[in-house]
Design a protein around this ligand. Sequence first.
Ligand code: ARG
Length: 495
Amino acid sequence: MPKRNKEKKTGRQVDRSVSLLWGGRFKKPLAEEALEFSSSFNIDKRLWKQDILGSIAHAIMLSETGIIDEAEARKIVKGLVALMRDIETGKVALDGQDEDIHSFVERKLREYVGEVAGKLHTARSRNDQVATDFRLWYRDAIRQLAEGILKMQQALISQAEKHIDTLLPGMTHLQHAQPVRLAHHLLAHFWALQRDLERLKDLLPRVNVSPLGAAALAGSGLPINPKRTAQLLGFAETAENSMDAVSDRDFACELVFVCALTMVHLSRLAEEIILWSTPEFGFVTLDDSWCTGSSIMPQKRNPDIAELVRGKTGVVVGSLMQLLTMLKGLPLTYNRDLQEDKAIVFNAFDTTLASLSVMSQLIVTATFNAERMRRTLMRDFSTATDLADYLVQKGEPFREAHRIVGQIVLHLSEQNKGLEDATLNDLRIFSDKFDDDALELLLPEKSVERRKELAGTAKVSVQRQLKKAKLENEQTTKWIQNFPNLSEEIVKLLK
Ligand code: ARG
């Protein structure tokens, strides 16, 4: 058989001693293509800091429990701290032929401290290690997402404050329904985002659990102290079941769900911005710095940023499906399929964070056209419900009142008139319950003011809502300030 054919069959092979954490039981090296296919280093290198932090805590615990020698542990920890610094300053680049970030860190550590590096992986597996790294990363991700949502909410609040007295048609089925304050409309988006924040707050305690000590799946046979590593890393709890600890990715699904729903919320807002910026609506003018032009039509100002947020929502919603589908057939415990979680989660997270950032700036800098909005309320019959309510207060059953006002609307529209053009005579053709005071109701300014109860669009109600929204933001800020963090011991070590 010619040599080239043989080469093709087995493929080029990897120098196992350099890049792999295993190899003793193999006679032949791994095929280069197999390593390429299975390596996650290009994606999980993003976890380099978390991996080093977890390793520092693990080494401290190993020394305190007497599993490794104190001097050796000190050497390892010093090496890890130095490696962290060197990566931070760019002295060490995150590249190599490594299988994953865990292999990279251990290989580099060996360059710093020599063979003692081999003691770090005592009583640990990459299975509990990767779950630990990922959970540490999630803690940060939750905080960053919360900050992003907060910024988006603040953008909505700042515009709401400017537009308490701006009226526009509130819509159902995209048809004029009843007049509302623009502040009220914008704050509706605030509360959707507030629920996303609540979901993040709810998720944090499920993320902040340490899997370290689960080892490969069954726990370690050595006298480890998982509570200590948890405490060093700022985890509130340790996992209850080692098998669950290495195979659980619920927290990934939950975070991606929050990302997906947050994106759906942004996308609905984006859709409104896109519609509102058309000349047909003319409700909003985007700032030059947040819209784009056309390469052929010189006059164009396109809402591409909002469109991309809407488009990328599909990608993030898809991420949730990718993750759930990846998990659905996995038997306990760790399976290599789980490695695919990172690319999915990172992409969903990055997209959501970036979308929150651009949308908040787009909203803050947008100009809402109050006059245009008010003009579209003319002759749009959006105060018809108020007229029906008037009859109800005069004793008419609502169904009958609805029928009467329907006839009035038909009558006026056939004469090209709106409700505001109606005379008392027009109304009295249909019911003698109408008096002079009925005509006053037909102004949108009066209509919104009648809705004073909780959650309504009257000025007092919207002001109450604004106050509550700001209070929620203060609480979120406090929550972010009290975020779980690494223990003082670890922080000191890094200084
Ligand atoms: N890189 C893997 C992951 O991200 C961790 C390695 C575990 N590998 C293994 N063969 N048990 O899931």
